[in-house]
Design a protein around this ligand. Structure first.
Ligand code: F3S
Length: 399
């Protein structure tokens, strides 16, 4: 891999031991994937923040990098943590966990990383532009950045994203190369979609169909006439989870989809496929729901406003978490939405979500509109999940 004189210098330690370590990580990664050089990045999103996932080994790596003087060169934001940093008691978080979680966040902030603790950085300032090279790690945000914004990123791991933040570089391979971004499969969506659950179901269905073909594919989705930002973030989270997709093209949405011919290889997704996807993700345990949550990916302000309007003057009967980014919550606080939601007995939690919080076996059946959260409820937390639409989730909390 060809390095510039400056990059060579960093590799030999001119910018200190942390930058050298970061450059070593990038060069090793680039060599494995056959990159010809490094590209400059101006935005990083780091995953691997919850102490529940990171553990002591991960924290040690971060602390070592911080103690060696690691400093970010570019705008770098953080994924959700295992708790609401300011209000962790409301989520029933153990004080020992809270102490360790704070150590993780302190290690990141000491390196200059902005502790946004959210998977939707594009909603509040970390918004890359079309064609921009970035290094993001959160799977749903990676898919959103590539497919909706038209930025270019591979799905980074925690160390490689941190290395990109410290050096402002990432290896030039994968989705940084336009030849790897061409659609290879046309997907005709023969169903009218509406709401976050429908788009989540589309992600399940498409992800499973692509996995079953056992060949890597970049789909071009045709036939979707309208999609909101909220529906797209739901779809991105779902298709990244069920199909491992970091890039899709959607007609009328993905900026670069007009650059490529429509692939001949075609499959169709019908309303029956979507209903089947919902059925397989829905535990159907209608009487046993004891945990209700919205906010995977983190809710937008508009979604929070809607929840507030539906809960105002009522009381929830179950644990109900509404998870979002702190900047979004701060606006919701000012607008009075948080007060209305909390007066109903629900919790508006910033910085965290139902997947990365340490709630294994805390509940039996979760109700949510998020296909991604359903997947992890079963695989990580040991509880069943019901995949409902947004309105049904709110009604479930009030039942
Ligand atoms: Fe975001 Fe947590 Fe879902 S990180 S995409 S809210 S699993």
């Amino acid at each position: 891999m060809k390095l510039t004189r400056e990059e060579q210098g960093i590799l030999t330690g001119t910018n200190g031991p942390a930058a050298r370590k970061a450059m070593e990580i990038l060069v090793a990664l680039g060599t494995i994937y056959g990159a010809d050089r490094l590209v400059t990045v101006r935005s990083v999103q780091i995953a691997g923040v919850s102490y529940d996932n990171l553990g002591e080994a991960g924290l040690e790596f971060l602390s070592e990098m911080a103690s060696k003087g690691a400093t970010t060169k570019i705008l770098t934001t953080l994924n959700p943590a295992g708790m609401d940093v300011e209000n962790w008691e409301a989520l029933g978080i153990d004080p020992e966990f809270a102490r360790n979680q704070n150590r993780v966040i302190e290690a990141y902030t000491s390196m200059g990383i902005v502790p946004t603790c959210s998977c939707t950085p594009y909603l509040f300032g970390n918004l890359p532009h079309y064609g921009e090279h970035i290094a993001w790690a959160e799977s749903s945000a990676v898919t959103y950045a590539n497919s909706v914004l038209g930025a270019c990123t591979n799905r980074e791991g925690g160390p490689s994203a941190l290395a990109a933040a410290i050096t402002g570089r990432t290896p030039n391979y994968g989705f940084h190369l336009s030849e790897n971004r061409r659609p290879t499969l046309t997907v005709r969506v023969v169903a009218k979609l509406s709401g976050t659950r429908d788009f989540g179901a589309l992600g399940i269905s498409l992800g499973k169909l692509i996995e079953a073909r056992k060949t890597r594919a970049i789909p071009l989705l045709c036939g979707i006439t309208h999609a909101t930002m909220e529906e797209l973030k739901s779809f991105c989270a779902s298709v990244a989870t069920y199909g491992g997709l970091a890039l899709f093209h959607m007609e009328g949405i993905t900026p670069e989809s007009v650059l490529y011919p429509t692939p001949d290889d075609t499959l169709a997704i019908t309303r029956d496929n979507l209903e089947e996807a919902v059925r397989t993700s829905d535990a159907l345990e209608t009487n046993k729901v004891d945990f209700v949550t919205l906010g995977c990916p983190h809710l937008s302000l508009e979604e929070i406003a809607h929840v507030a309007s539906q809960l105002k003057g009522k009381k929830v009967t179950k644990t109900f978490w509404i998870t979002t980014a702190r900047p979004t919550k701060q606006i919701a606080d000012r607008m009075g939405y948080t007060a209305d939601i909390e007066a109903a007995g629900a919790v508006v939690a910033a910085d965290s979500c139902c997947v990365v919080a340490p709630i294994k076996n805390h509940f039996k059946v979760m109700a949510t509109d998020s296909a991604k959260a359903c997947y992890y409820a079963a695989s990580k937390h040991g509880f069943k999940a019901r995949l409902l639409n947004f309105e049904e989730v709110i009604q479930e909390a009030l039942k």
